[in-house]
Design a binder for this molecule. Structure first.
Ligand code: ADP
Ligand code: MG
Length: 261
């Protein structure tokens, strides 16, 4: 049986939950596990990947691809040389220029519908034709049209939440009213968890999370001062292979690979 690639959207109710950190480290870990990955910044309101990968200027951005002014191969950048790996990592960037952000926030529904068509076309152009195993979409929080398009396109939605009450309530609502509506395979990752360093603390939090969300839990990530202190200046799992976060990401990737098979 031929197993084609998978599209993963990383989404959340609130901002700052850790979607970008998770997307980047998930991509790096999948590459380490021998997968070909294309990571895409679909957070057009607050683009981050250009800063994280230190790419100031791109000939084409994902904005151009969604606008229909270039094909996808022009809007993705090959980062293989930075990863010293057999498998490939490409990245598609959202244009961080203020003008571009304003322009993307002003798009109408008709444009968004066409953009959805272009996102859906990636399954063919990147997964089938270019042999990527995974496309990872880093999205804007909440119910932005662009995030809904990303969710509609995805095979798996990873919802990143904290245990902050407003985040928990909002995430619960989205589980019932958004992801279920589209019948999406949805898995929760709880980030910035306190007291998850001991086994009993971890079990307690895990039970609580399952009760709260009634949805599968993909992973639980403690609040790590080192992650905050890194200030997004490097790719954590790549620079710190022995850090607990790297081990958690390895476990998450194993689960994703097993689910896909
Ligand atoms: N597990 C963690 N421990 C400590 N800080 C974290 C953790 N995950 C994310 N952060 C910090 O939270 C902030 C928001 O993360 P980011 O990935 O940009 O969130 P989002 O993309 O959801 O807005 C960043 O400063 C990041 O360093
Ligand atoms: Mg982000």
């Amino acid at each position: 049986m031929i197993i084609l690639g998978e599209i993963i959207a990383v989404h959340s109710y609130k901002g700052g939950t850790g979607k970008t950190i998770l997307s980047v480290n998930l991509a790096a870990t999948l590459v380490k596990h021998g997968k070909n990955v294309c990571l895409m910044d679909l957070d057009f309101r607050a683009p981050s990947l250009s800063t994280i990968f230190k790419i100031e200027k791109a000939e084409y951005w994902l904005n151009d691809y969604l606008n229909g002014t270039c094909e996808i191969d022009k809007a993705i950048i090959d980062l293989r040389d930075r990863f010293n790996n057999e498998s490939k990592l490409f990245v598609g960037l959202a244009n961080p220029a203020t003008e571009a952000i304003r322009e993307m926030s002003a798009k109408d529904r008709k444009w968004e519908m066409r953009a959805l068509g272009r996102l859906l076309a990636l399954r063919h152009s990147l997964l089938n034709d270019k042999d990527f195993d995974y496309l990872i979409f880093d999205t804007s929080p909440g119910l932005q049209y662009s995030s809904i398009n990303a969710i509609v396109t995805a095979d798996l939605v990873i919802v990143v939440t904290t245990l902050d009450r407003s985040d928990v309530e909002g995430t619960r609502r989205m589980l019932r009213e958004l992801y279920d509506l589209f019948e999406k395979k949805t898995e929760i990752t709880v980030n910035k968890v306190l007291c998850a360093s001991t086994k009993s603390g971890k079990d307690e939090v895990q039970t609580k999370i399952k009760e709260i969300y009634q949805a599968p839990v993909l992973g639980m990530i403690p609040c790590f001062c080192e992650v905050s202190m890194a200030e997004g200046a490097f790719i954590f799992t790549q620079e710190k292979p022995d850090h607990p976060l790297t081990k958690i990401l390895d476990e998450i990737v194993k689960k994703i690979e097993n689910n896909k098979a």
